[in-house]
Write a protein that binds this ligand. Sequence first.
Ligand SMILES: Nc1nc2c(ncn2[C@@H]2O[C@H](COP(=O)(O)OP(=O)(O)O)[C@@H](O)[C@H]2O)c(=O)[nH]1
Ligand SMILES: [Mg+2]
Length: 261
Amino acid sequence: MQARPRLSIVIPAYHEEARLRACLESALDYLARTGTETEVLVVDDGSTDGTAPIVESLATGRRRDGRLEIRVLRNGRNRGKGYSIKHGVLMARGDLVLISDADFSTPIDELPLLLRAVEEGGHPIAIGSRGLRESRIVRRQAVWRETMGRAFNVLVRALTRLPFHDTQCGFKLMRRLEVLPLFRAARIERFAYDVEILYLARKAGIRVAELPVLWRNAEGSKVNALVDPLNMLKDVVRVLVRDRLGRYGAIGRPPAAAGIK
Ligand SMILES: Nc1nc2c(ncn2[C@@H]2O[C@H](COP(=O)(O)OP(=O)(O)O)[C@@H](O)[C@H]2O)c(=O)[nH]1
Ligand SMILES: [Mg+2]
């Protein structure tokens, strides 16, 4: 594909050989049907299983469809979901970037809902949400995960004053050029990356739409019940501290105020 694709899909993938092929195939079928010029960037987060070879064989199989390009980006070693997404977004070329978990628990059919908010509703960022009354939860997460998710949301709202009911759903659409400065400034490498990006969006005055999506929870989550929630909270606090110390720099300030003439 020579020209800029309309859409880039960034998929962080860590040890996803069991889940990725079927999920990606059905997403690719959808994209082929709709004829959207798309590049799919699977960011291999240091997997030691067959994650990258699976993506490469899919890419070879689809080579005849000139509107789809599939590539693997490699972190080299395990760096985390946030780092992987930052890597993908910085390498993406599309006007729009969809960030999706490898298991497509929110199926790609929900893309038009987010597209409407971004293209017609004037929101540079649209985030899928499982926390709204209209969210359609077809298969739930384990009870401990749902409870942890709700508790995390309460704490995020209290600490950051962000208004969202679910920051952690793995399905988000963004206008690339508007969010690039946010990703360049972002430092959170693991699961709380979403909170940092949304926090920076608010700081930069970028409007965010939270939209109720379908969620069909996929087996095989690798989130660790004990370690991950604590690390996520620590990372949210790190965002607040970094901001207080002025480490996010000029985001959101007009060029003159930022000292650029
Ligand atoms: N667990 C984990 N997932 C990662 C990592 N790096 C990237 N990912 C990806 O982040 C996404 C997390 O999805 P999943 O494990 O299904 O989380 P859940 O649906 O929230 O339980 C998947 O696409 C993973 O492959 C990592 O270091 N650990
Ligand atoms: Mg999942």
